[in-house]
Write a protein that binds this ligand. Structure first.
Ligand code: SAH
Length: 420
């Protein structure tokens, strides 16, 4: 989502005057630090980065801090680092050209509605396009700062989504990734009267009718909203890639309740079972937090149990990080760092074994691969329908094509194959 916000900023700046991207700090006239705030680490990194940019930037170059940390720290960023010229919150991206020339401007309103704003065109990847389908988040997960920084959830009208996709496809895109904090809660609220798709299943159907579009991905769905109708559409729509992110957070029903996730362990397992039944070849990824306040050995054992039962293909795992403005930060029984680190290690070690077994099981099978990038030694890299990285020997005529590949070798992160 942040990467797409960055693209939007570049597009808006380019509406005003032509900017060129540079990797060289001392070349830049404008430096934008687009921040996350989901965990504490990126926040502390922000101030060391500002210091570094201050030291090496060209004389007169501006520094802007944008994104979620901008939303929740606001003018405190300028107080702490007066070298920063402007602060622009995650829900105010379209105002970038307004703050650019106002010294110490701060725009962070989280009730600002960008759900019908038509951003300019800029995409870093012409083959694969990110498409926002909603802004904000209405969930109240007790650990999470996102609703505070991105405001309430508003869906983007489907005619605007389709228009964006059509533009991307006309410019060469073969694949889109639909983006939102809870994509399958699409239609929860619109800020204008809309015809067109009213829920995520309807939106998937509408998107798949865009001519020339070959693949649809989406992130992130919420386990609570994985109704049968949505899973049937996921399974049966040939343009929908068979890769799904199902963020677990914890396997303990007791902790899930404390986290305010809205589902028990059994529901999560039932949904993953249903996915496997409908689409045995689908890959399932997840997010897990260890060391949430009050997490006991038994709670953690429940998380490990879900890991064994679902056998995730990819895992994003984190130590719980207390965040300002969240309920869980005030909970008693914060878990000590050593216990949390140990649990994280145990979880990741077992996941790596499972991931390796899952990858080995792909050898000998044939996958449809969209080739994207030339690599060294005459190889080309792409992604299979289920989201796995695949390498073959080949040259640039493969780029942008979807081709059958037979897998000959697997390691834990990538597959090697030959054109089938
Ligand atoms: N709405 C998205 C969440 C985005 S944040 C979703 O449901 O997938 C991405 C992940 O960061 C979350 O799924 C969670 O696992 C992790 N996360 C969020 N808050 C956290 C915190 N306070 N400490 C540690 N990890 C956290």
């Amino acid at each position: 989502m942040n990467v797409r916000d960055s693209e939007h900023m570049i597009a808006e700046l380019n509406k005003k005057e032509p900017y060129e991207l540079t990797e060289k700090i001392d070349d830049a006239d404008l430096i934008i630090i687009n921040t996350c705030s989901v965990r504490e680490k990126p926040v502390s990194k922000l101030f060391s980065e500002i210091g570094m940019f201050k030291k090496y930037k060209k004389n007169g170059a501006k520094i802007g801090v944008t994104g979620c940390t901008a939303s929740h720290l606001g003018k405190d960023i300028i107080k702490r680092a007066p070298v920063v010229d402007f602060v622009l919150g995650a829900r105010n991206v379209s105002k970038i050209t307004q703050v650019l020339d106002k010294k110490h401007a701060v725009e962070i309103a989280t009730d600002y509605d960008e759900s019908t704003y038509m951003f300019g065109d800029y995409r870093s990847n012409s083959l694969k396009a990110m498409i926002n389908i909603s802004i904000g988040c209405d969930k109240q997960c007790s650990f999470c700062i996102v609703p505070v920084t991105r405001g309430e959830e508003i869906s983007i009208p489907s005619n605007l989504i389709i228009q964006e996709i059509q533009k991307a496809v006309d410019a060469g895109a073969k694949e889109v990734t639909l983006l939102g904090q809870n994509v399958n809660n699409y239609g929860r609220r619109f800020s204008t009267q809309v015809d067109g798709a009213q829920n995520f299943t309807e939106l998937l159907r509408a998107v798949s009718e865009v001519e020339g579009l070959e693949r649809i991905r989406f992130t992130s769905p919420h386990p609570l909203h994985m109704d049968d109708e949505f899973l049937q559409e996921f399974a049966n729509n040939p343009k929908v890639c068979k890769q799904i992110h199902v963020p677990l957070q914890s396997g303990s029903t007791r902790l899930l309740k404390e986290m305010k996730r809205g589902y028990p362990k059994e529901w999560f397992l039932n949904r993953c079972q249903k996915i496997k039944e409908l689409v045995p070849e689908a890959t399932i990824s997840t997010d897990i937090i260890v060391g949430f306040p009050g997490e006991s050995d038994e709670d953690f054992a429940d998380t490990m149990d879900v890991l064994e039962k679902v056998r995730f293909d990819a895992l994003f795992s984190f130590k719980y990080s207390p965040r300002p403005h969240t309920a869980a930060a005030t909970f008693e029984n914060q878990v000590d760092n050593e216990t949390a680190s140990k649990r994280l290690q145990t979880l990741q070690a077992r996941h790596r074994e499972i991931q390796n077994e899952n990858m080995q099981a792909k050898v000998g099978k044939v996958y449809k691969v969209l080739f994207e990038e030339l690599k060294s030694e005459g190889r080309v890299a792409g992604r299979s329908d289920d989201g796995t990285l695949v390498m073959v020997k080949g040259s640039e005529e493969l780029l942008g094509k979807i081709v059958d590949v037979k897998i000959t070798f697997a390691n834990i992160t990538q597959l090697t194959g030959e054109l089938a």
